[in-house]
Design a protein around this ligand. Structure first.
Ligand code: AP5
Length: 240
């Protein structure tokens, strides 16, 4: 049965800009939570995975290279990712904050992000790590499927379509699995997370902006914990 959708309640403090990173392994729920937050806080979700999947569709050499890298569960080069985010956070809709989903993924990306923000007189406010067990990751990713037309994401147990086999968003009736959600690629993505991405955590911990949340809880519980964390941060920033 589909889980009741949580409501994230905004309060007055949410007018304070918030620059947030959602951090965690594949399947941790970054995309799920980012989607709720962008509606509640009216700030954009910057998903590097989504940006890359869109770029990989192009019938160009770069598109083919990106597609092959993602299908292998490997990371795209830091130079490509840093350029992609630098261009994106310069856009007007990021003026009041953003939710980064999937970036930074290496210490080099984390340090480049800090420089980009510093040049704009800004800084990250929060890095929220969604900590999940490997069993959850495997269960979540193996049950995930997407609309063949608009790419809306569903899960056969945790987040099915409202009407059987009909996309809630566009009404399309055929669905696919992400190319990189095959079991062997998921294992490669998890290995890459442990090797390249988890080492970013101590960097943010030292800066005092890392908050770890138990991502094995329900979508609603995780959403309300993130929301309270953001509100606390905004109240603290407003008081300065
Ligand atoms: P990307 O698309 O970012 O993949 P990922 O980080 O592996 O993230 P996922 O989308 O798999 O997981 P998620 O945490 O968003 O989980 P979701 O919310 O969907 O990147 C893909 C590839 O692009 C990379 O492998 C790499 O090649 C490349 N790339 C991207 N960024 C890069 C970078 N910065 N540098 C270099 N390369 C980069 O949830 C998963 C499922 O679980 C869903 O079905 C959902 O319904 C369900 N679910 C979520 N939360 C819960 C819950 N609390 N309880 C039960 N079910 C839940």
């Amino acid at each position: 049965m589909a889980e009741a959708q949580p409501s994230i309640v905004k309060d007055a403090a949410t007018d304070v800009p918030i620059r947030l990173v959602l951090f965690g392994p594949p399947g941790a729920g970054k995309g799920t939570q980012a989607c709720k937050l962008q509606e509640a806080y009216n700030i954009p979700q910057l998903s590097t995975g989504d940006m890359l999947r869109a770029a990989a569709k192009a019938d160009t050499l770069l598109g083919q290279e990106l597609s092959a890298t993602m299908k292998a569960g490997k990371l795209v080069s830091d130079a490509t990712m840093i350029a992609m985010i630098a261009e994106r956070i310069d856009q007007l809709d990021c003026a009041n904050g953003f939710i980064l989903d999937g970036f930074p993924r290496t210490p080099e990306q984390a340090s480049a992000l800090d420089s980009m923000l510093q040049d704009r007189g800004e800084a990250l406010d929060l890095v929220i790590e969604l900590k999940v067990s490997e069993e959850s990751v495997v269960e979540r990713i193996s049950g995930r499927y997407q609309c063949g037309n608009c790419l809306a994401s569903y899960h056969k147990t945790f987040c099915p379509t409202k009407a059987e086999n009909v996309c809630d968003r566009c009404g399309h009736t055929s669905f696919t699995q992400r190319d990189d959600d095959k079991p062997e690629t998921v294992r490669a993505r998890l290995a890459s997370y442990r090797r390249n991405t988890a080492p970013v955590l101590p960097y943010y911990d030292q800066k005092g902006i890392l908050i770890t949340i138990d991502g094995d809880q329900s979508v609603a519980t995780v959403a309300s914990t993130i929301s309270s964390t953001i509100t606390e941060k905004q109240v603290a920033s407003a008081a300065v």
